[in-house]
Design a protein around this ligand. Structure first.
Ligand code: NAP
Length: 277
């Protein structure tokens, strides 16, 4: 399942949406707040900025020192909450230890929470009335839709229960009438449970953890993991070469879920901007 191609397709549609907004005097605005010098975060932020600029967004990347206090960072978020040119605010995680990530995520105006991490947006998703949705699971739903994967009545297993991937993913599949199991590090008989899945989503953060023993023949396997091997090469959580022989569909790493995450971030910013009309 090619996320890069779908991201390119969606980009064309989003360009039309941006052009239409601009013809009405509105430029979608995205503010990205980056604290410290984490190299992976810097790369993610650079990619987001590049994609936002290529669509003609009003794009701001604010960089703060590793030592910034929580109070100062919250003040910055409030500044962007008040700024009418900004329709989406993203605080790049992880944050340094003096800052409580929950306080920071809670401070973002839910209307501008294009990452979908605010408790209001998480709660709306949980009650089946989603507004802003966590971008990685949202991107996975777009991939499933694009490849016309039937979800209703299927058995879905998600390995990983993080707030940004596993939990919202489970809820989205449940809303679409899958029968959902969430597995995690304390799950017994993991491979056996995974083998029941028509749709298996793996979001663990351990390179090549999922082998062919985890796979039901013909199933859909979504690899969210982004890990570096000993040579520094980007690899997924799934041992792709052997799993590809059994699975019906598999997302590659890179070029699968990753490009869709940024796409959904930009998409949700455009939707926020549309609402200001
Ligand atoms: P996370 O917050 O560290 O959560 C990892 C989850 O995996 C936890 O729920 C953990 O279980 C579970 N887990 C860890 N070891 C396990 C094991 N041996 N067996 C079963 N479950 C295990 O990670 P995350 O933020 O969800 O990210 C997961 C991966 O996806 C990472 O590689 C990350 O880089 C990648 N990611 C990619 C994108 C993208 O755009 N492609 C976006 C987000 C994340 P416990 O809860 O029991 O500890």
């Amino acid at each position: 399942m090619n996320g890069k191609n779908l991201a390119t397709e969606m980009n064309e549609d989003m360009q039309l949406m941006v052009d239409e907004l601009k013809s009405k005097g509105i430029t979608p605005g995205l503010a990205v707040l980056l604290v410290g010098e984490n190299p992976a975060s810097q790369t993610y932020v650079k990619n987001k900025e590049k994609r936002a600029n290529s669509l003609g967004f009003y794009s701001i990347v604010e960089k703060y020192s590793e030592e910034i206090s929580e109070k100062e960072l919250l003040k910055e978020i409030h500044r962007f909450n008040e700024d009418d040119r900004i329709h989406g605010i993203l605080v790049q995680l992880p944050l340094p230890k003096q800052i409580n990530p929950e306080s920071v995520l809670n401070a973002v105006n839910p209307e501008k929470d294009v990452d979908g991490f605010h408790p209001v947006n998480m709660g709306k998703l949980l009650i089946g009335e989603p507004d802003k949705i966590a971008c990685t699971p949202y991107g996975i739903m777009k991939l499933l839709e694009r490849y016309q994967i039937e979800i209703a009545g299927k058995t879905a297993v998600i390995i990983g229960r993080s707030n940004i991937v596993g939990k919202p993913m489970a809820q989205l599949l449940l809303m679409n009438d899958a029968t959902v199991t969430i597995a995690h590090s304390k799950t017994n008989h993991l491979a056996e449970i995974a083998r029941t899945a028509d749709i298996l989503v793996v979001a663990i953060g351990r390179g090549h953890f999922v082998t062919k023993e985890f796979i039901k023949p013909g199933s859909v396997v979504i690899d969210v993991g982004m890990n570096r091997d000993e040579k520094g090469k980007l690899i997924g959580d799934v041992k792709a070469d052997e799993v590809a022989e059994i699975a019906g569909y598999l997302t590659p790493v890179p070029g699968g879920v990753g490009p869709m995450t940024i796409t959904m971030l930009l998409f949700q910013t455009i939707i926020s901007a549309q609402r200001t009309i």
